[in-house]
Design a protein around this ligand. Structure first.
Ligand SMILES: [Zn+2]
Length: 415
């Protein structure tokens, strides 16, 4: 269990340290181990892994305080115990961010850029973080015992990722769930976007999708391709069903992610994925363990099955945006990239089968391609209806062949 705690907390520390100019992770992982007893102390169970005492306004990710006595060591070695107020945090990532926010003040600014673990700890203590006389030497022992300096090595820049869209393609066999969204369509849309984004970041991606066959044939094919790929991480993209709430009621049924075992190394990545998709506005159903899903059971390396959202919930379908979901998955896996910030969602791809008509709320540039980086061909006029025959990332291609317009609901009404 302690190794899993280390893996998880190291994942978040490595993710957020660079944002704060911190260049070494092993001493911070050691602090978490020692200060929270591998997350099992009272403070640790409240996601305060670093003994962070309450300071007004210091840690914006905190969600409250706990009152608990604590002791400090005087210079002569004697201890004094008193009532103290401590931060608490909603989850591990918030607790890690809390640490970095806590030390992101002028008296700790000399920590930035330090690369040597012992130098970091000596400076941290000198800056007033801890009173224990043995603080530095105790933490150096923890670093050595757990070989934590392996987390100071530069992240292996290239990952090898095997990915699949989980069912047969439409018309070719055992397709996925069908509702307001069509799983076999959307899982491919998301998969293709994830593949493109990962490759753009320089990662090696093997597409293990199987397009035709019975459910067993598709699964067997996916599993054998995935095992042959010998990737660092295997991803299967699905959409859920069973909500049976086609009418919009303002509540999504939400997103969830499956792993085979709660001790798998990819648990933190799975958590990051579900958090990132939930961050788009979906209810967070969390990371779930399943011993029965064949993809998880029969693939040999680290595997994650993503259920993006529900095909039969009107709110899920309306919120769903393939570009954002794909970007969220990629940011969660690699820590690189950004999620498009547009607040308007173009209609889901499966609802766009066939042409449809939009009426412009304003004049819009017609561009040579789907994005503002393309040149302008002409201007589409406010109040006029246009037929869209294809969409890409929030842009629609005009039937006239003149080019593409932005089809955000900020600019157009869907007729
Ligand atoms: Zn599925």
């Amino acid at each position: 269990m302690s190794e899993l705690f280390i893996e998880e907390i190291a994942f978040y520390i490595r993710r957020h340290a660079p944002e704060y100019g911190i260049s070494v992770c092993s001493p911070i992982i050691a602090q978490a181990i020692l200060e929270s007893a591998y997350g099992k102390s009272t403070l640790g169970r409240n996601n305060n892994f670093f003994g962070l005492k309450y300071r007004e306004g210091r840690c914006p990710t905190a969600n409250g305080v706990i009152n608990k006595s604590g002791s400090e060591q005087r210079a002569d070695g004697s201890y004094v115990t008193s009532d103290m107020v401590w931060f608490k945090f909603p989850d591990m990532e918030a607790g890690v961010i809390g640490y970095f926010d806590f030390i992101n003040t002028s008296n700790y600014k000399n920590l930035k850029g330090i690369k040597d673990p012992e130098t970091y700890l000596k400076q941290l203590k000198a800056d007033g973080y801890a009173t224990s006389l043995e603080y530095v030497s105790n933490l150096m022992h923890v670093i050595k015992d757990h070989n934590l300096t392996r987390y100071d090595k530069k992240e292996e820049s290239k990952m090898k990722i095997a990915i699949n869209a989980g069912h047969a393609a439409v018309g070719k066999g055992a397709i996925g769930a069908v509702g307001l969204l069509n799983e076999s369509v959307e899982d491919r849309v998301v998969k293709d976007k994830v593949v493109a984004l990962l490759r753009a970041q320089g990662h090696e991606v093997i597409d293990c999708t199987v397009d035709s066959g019975t459910q067993n044939a598709v699964l067997n094919g996916i599993i054998s391709k995935t095992n042959a790929a010998k990737a660092d991480l295997n991803i299967s993209i699905h959409f859920n069903s069973g909500a049976n709430r086609p009418a919009k009621d303002g509540k999504t049924t939400g997103t969830e992610v499956y792993i085979y075992d709660s001790n798998t190394r990819c648990k933190a990545t799975a958590q990051a994925i579900v958090n990132a998709i939930a961050g788009l506005g979906f209810k967070n159903r969390g990371v779930k363990v399943s011993k029965s899903l064949a993809f998880l059971k029969r693939t040999k390396t680290e595997s994650i099955l993503i259920e993006v959202c529900f095909v039969d919930d009107g709110d899920d379908a309306a919120l769903y945006n393939a570009d954002k979901v794909a970007a969220a998955i990629v940011v969660a896996i690699t820590g690189q990239g950004t999620i498009p910030s547009t607040t308007e969602n173009p209609p889901a791809a499966s609802k766009k089968t066939g042409n449809y008509i939009v009426k412009l709320k304003t004049n819009l540039n017609i561009r040579k391609g789907p994005g503002i980086q393309y040149g302008i061909n002409a201007v589409a006029k406010k109040g006029v209806k246009y037929t869209i025959v294809e969409t890409s990332g929030g842009w629609g291609k005009l039937k006239s062949g003149l080019g593409w317009i932005n089809i955000s609901t900020s600019y157009v009404t869907y007729c």
